[in-house]
Design a protein around this ligand. Sequence first.
Ligand code: PHE
Length: 404
Amino acid sequence: MSKREHWGSKVGFVLAASGSAIGLGNIWKFPYIAGENGGAAFVFVYLICIAVIGLPVLMAEILIGRTTQRNPVGAFRKLSGKPFWTFVGGMGVVAGFVILSYYAVVAGWTIGYLVEAIKGVFNNFSSAADAETHFNNLVGNVSWMMGYYTLFFVLTMAVVYMGVKNGIERGSKIMMPVLFFILIILVIRGVTLPGAEAGLSFIFNPNWDKITGQSILIALGHAFFTLSLGMGAMMTYGSYLSKKDSIPGSSLQILTLDTLIAILAGVAIFTAVFAMGQDPAAGPGLIFHSIPFVFASMPGGYVFAILFFILLALAALTSAISLLEVITAYFVDELKWARHKVVISMGTVVFLVGIPSALSYNVLSDFHIFGLTFFDLADYISANILLPLGGAQSCCLCRLDMGN
Ligand code: PHE
C-alpha cells in the first residue's frame, strides 16, 4: 500500500482546515440567520455554542483522524472494532455527498454572480426589487444554473485530483490569504460609509426578545456547519497530520479564524446594507438580492462587487474541496482505489445527485418532499440532523477510546 500523504507544514494544515471551515456558512448563511434571529443576541448565543460545543468536537475529530490515520469509516472501525461505529463513519461519507450536492448549487451562483459583476450588470438596478427579479431570472434559467454548477464541480475536482499536498494545501495557501485580504478591504469600505453605525449596532447591540428555543437550535446547528463538524471533514484533514503535531493549538487557531471571518463578513455586509437602507433580515437572498443592489448604489461599487463575489467563490471552493476529500479518502483507504479514479467517478456521482437541487429553482420548483424542495431538504437534513448527530457520536467514540 502506498504511504499516506501528510501536510507539508502545520500552517498548511491550519489554512486548509480553516479553508474548510470558512465557507458559504460564514459569508452567506451566518449574516442572514443572525439577521433573522435578533442580530447581536444571536451572535452571542452562537459564540457560546462555538466555545462550549464547537471546540471540543473539533479537537475530538482532529484527534481521531490523527490517531487512526484513516478516513471516518476506517477511523471508527479502528478505534471501536464494532460495526455500529463503522456505520456512523459511513453516515459522515453520506453527509459529504448530501452537503456537496446542494452546496455546489449556491457555489455555482457565486461564480455566475462574479461574471455578472464583471459585466457591470448591477449598475442597471434602480431598486432591490430589480436585483431580486434578476436573481429569479438567472436561477430560473436552466442552462445558467447547470453551467456554473458544472464549472464549480470541475474546479473542486481539479484541486482534489492533485492530492493533499500539491492540491489542497497549495490551493489553500494561495486562496486563504487572498480571501482575508479582500474581506479586510470590504470591511474598511463598509465602516467608512455614511450611516454604517446602524449596521454596527445591529451586530453588536443585542435584541434579546428574538432569542427562542428555535434560534438556539439554529445557532447550535450552525456551529457544527461552520466548523465543518459532524461528517468527518476535520477528521479526514486530521488524518494527514503526523503524530507529533499538537491539536489544541491548531484547533484554537482554526476556530478563531472561522469566527473572526464570520463576524467580519457580518460587519462588511450589514454596514453596507444599513447604509443603503436595505432590510437586514432578507433571508437566504440577502447576498444575492440586497448586496448587488447595495453595491450598485455605493461609490466604487463596481470593484467592490467583483471583490465580494471573488471572496464568496474562494470561500465556497476551499470548503467544497474538503467535502470531496472525505469521500475520496474513504474510497482510497477502504477500497484501495487510486485517487484520480475516485475523484473522477465519485465527483461525477455527487454531481448527478445534486442535479435535482440545482433544478429546485426552476424545473423542479413545484416538487416538494415534506413541504421542502430538494435543495431545502438537503440543507435541512445535513445541517439539522446529520451533522449534530455525527458530531455527538464522534465525541462518544473519543470518550470510549480515552477510556481504554
Ligand atoms: N464549513 C463550511 C461552511 O461554513 C461548510 C462545510 C460543512 C464544509 C461540513 C465541510 C463540511 O460553509
